[in-house]
Structures are given as C-alpha cells and as structure tokens.
Design a protein around this ligand. Structure first.
Ligand SMILES: Nc1ncnc2c1ncn2[C@@H]1O[C@H](COP(=O)(O)OP(=O)(O)OP(=O)(O)O)[C@@H](O)[C@H]1O
Ligand SMILES: [Mg+2]
Length: 298
C-alpha cells in the first residue's frame, strides 16, 4: 500500500512575505509529488521560488508571514505526516489580513521537524564551506552523521565508514581528508565533504539546492558527475535545484519548471530531452536557449 504513496507530496503551497511594497506571494499554489527513489529537478529563473519551496519542505522558511497555505505530506514508514497540519491554529487576523503568529509557528514547526531532520531529509546548498563546521575535521563531521544513522556502531567501525564515505564521494586521499579541516580543502572538496555528511545520515530525501553554483566550471561538472555516480550506485529520492537545464536533465527523472512562484511545467526529463509532450512556452524557451547537444529539443 505505502509503496504507491509518494515520499513527498506538496499541494497548493503558498508562501508570502511582507515587504516595504506590501504583501508579496513568492510561492503560489505549488503542487508536486516525489516518488520513492525518484529524482525531481526544479528549474527556474532567479527569484522564481525554488529555494523557498524546498525551505518549506525543510520547515526552514524564515521571514513573516512565510508559509500561508497548502499541505506538505512526507511518508514516514507507512504514515503520511502532514508537516503543515496545524497551520490554521497559528493563523490570526489583523484587520482584513490573515497573518501568522511567528513565534508560535516557529515552535510548532521546530517541534515537528526536529525528529525528521537528518533521518528523513538532509540538504546540500551552495557555499559548502559555510555549511561545514570550521572547527571540526571533515572526518569528525562525517562520523557524526554515521553515528546518528547507526548509533550502535563501534568507534573504529565508524571511523572506517567515514573514510569509506569520503572515498565514495571520490575524494583523493580520503584518509588524509578525514583529518583535514574545511579551510584546508578546495571549494569542490568541501562540496564533496558536504555530500558525504548529508548522505551518511541515510536520509530518505536529499535536497540539493544549487550545489554547483559558485564552483569553477570543471569542478561543477565533477560534482554533477558525482551525483550521477551516487545515483547509479543506489537509487535515492532527491530534489535537485538548478538554473542549469543541462544539469537538471542529466540527473532528474522528472522536472518541474517554476516561474514567478508558480509551477508552469511538470514533465519527465526524457520527454523534455526529446522535445516531446506538452510544453509551456517558458520551458520551450529554456530548452532552446540551452542548445542541448542532442538538438532534439529544438
Ligand atoms: N525573508 C524574505 N522576505 C521577503 N522576500 C523574500 C524572503 N525570502 C525570499 N524572498 C523572495 O522570495 C522570492 C523567491 O525566492 P527564492 O529564494 O525561492 O528564489 P530562487 O528561485 O531560489 O532563486 P535563485 O535561483 O536566485 O536561488 C525572491 O523574490 C526573494 O527575493
Ligand atoms: Mg535559490
């Protein structure tokens, strides 16, 4: 029964922020499903709401009022948990406007999300150097993840597994990297380390939000290849966000395209690659601008 349920189901998600120009809706009725073992690519121009959508899944939307509607259902074992089910309880009215009670909301979300972070989902962002703890060796950070996933493992087995993870993310000299601090590594190596830290938690869902942005072109390609190799080694449920249509089509099974806070396209990566299926004008524009090597998208 649960095999048919999506791992993640987002329905009609709405995120709003109060700005000097008034209330702004930055995520507008966004809906999508993610099946277990599926890689969902999210494409869209800067400011289209990609990060806010994933932040809502992680329960990390900062800013008021933030998440204002919709449901985010995560499959935990056989149970579908709605991460937003108490939403009504923390909404109130200010004149004719609906607002969220920030502190109460944050407490509610934190209490609900804390047991899910790591075990259910982990994330990899851009600027990996900022995501790693500068005061801990890379090995210790990977070990921390392993210990959380496998609390009964003996210390020497944890250390061996950490070196193994550093090897799996294709670090040269994993043993040496294990004892290194983040400042001793290049940007690309930091991102590999971050991917090891995230995956060693054995999350059901990995969220990668522009993991290659800010890296040199060759390093970007290497990180994309690393994701591809890790997916070939083991099917993983992943959300992969990028501006880069090539990266997304290379890694994803299915793609959503966002524009101005809305999903304007949901299509399989195969269909997009081959130029099949109904395509929004915006997607067609992205595809033709990408000048894909197959030429099939023209
Ligand atoms: N706390 C906030 N207050 C007001 N506006 C915000 C806040 N956080 C994000 N936004 C706005 O929400 C919109 C969507 O942001 P989001 O970060 O999701 O875009 P994105 O698609 O990830 O863009 P990029 O590709 O540049 O990362 C943007 O216009 C952004 O400026
Ligand atoms: Mg973003």
């Amino acid at each position: 029964m649960s095999a048919e349920l999506p791992l993640l189901s987002v329905q009609d998600l709405v995120i709003e922020f109060d700005t000097r120009q008034g209330r702004r809706r930055v995520v507008d009725q966004v809906s999508f499903d993610l099946a277990p073992g599926e890689v969902l690519g999210i494409l869209g121009e800067s400011g289209s709401g990609k990060t806010m959508t994933t932040m809502a899944v992680l329960g990390l939307v900062a800013g008021e009022p933030g998440v204002m509607g919709g449901s985010i259902k995560l499959l935990d074992g056989e149970q579908q948990v709605d991460l937003l089910s108490d939403l009504d309880g923390v909404l109130s009215r200010k004149g004719d406007r609906v607002v969220k009670n920030g502190r109460k909301w944050r407490r509610t979300v934190h209490k609900r999300m804390q047991p899910l972070w790591g075990r259910m989902m982990t994330a990899v962002f851009q600027n990996p150097r900022h995501s790693l703890d500068p005061l801990m060796t890379v090995g210790a950070q990977v070990e921390e993840s392993i210990e959380l996933a496998l609390p009964d493992l003996a210390a020497d087995a944890v250390a061996a597994k950490a070196v193994d993870w550093l090897d799996r993310v294709q670090m040269n000299q994993p043993q040496r990297v294990h004892g290194s601090y983040p400042h001793e590594l290049s940007g690309g190596m930091c991102q590999r380390a971050m991917i090891a830290v995230a995956l060693a938690r054995r999350p059901k869902l990995l969220i990668a939000d522009e993991p290659t942005t800010g890296l040199d072109t060759t390093v970007r390609a290497e990180i994309v290849e690393l994701f591809r190799a890790l997916l070939e080694e083991e099917r993983r449920s992943m959300m992969y966000i990028s501006h880069d249509i090539r990266e997304v089509l290379y890694l994803a099974d299915r793609v959503i395209v966002m524009k101005g806070g809305k999903v304007v396209e949901t299509e399989t990566a195969d269909n997009l690659r081959l130029g099949r299926g109904t395509r929004a004008d915006y997607t067609a524009m992205l595809l033709s601008a990408a000048d894909l090597p197959t030429g099939a998208a023209a």
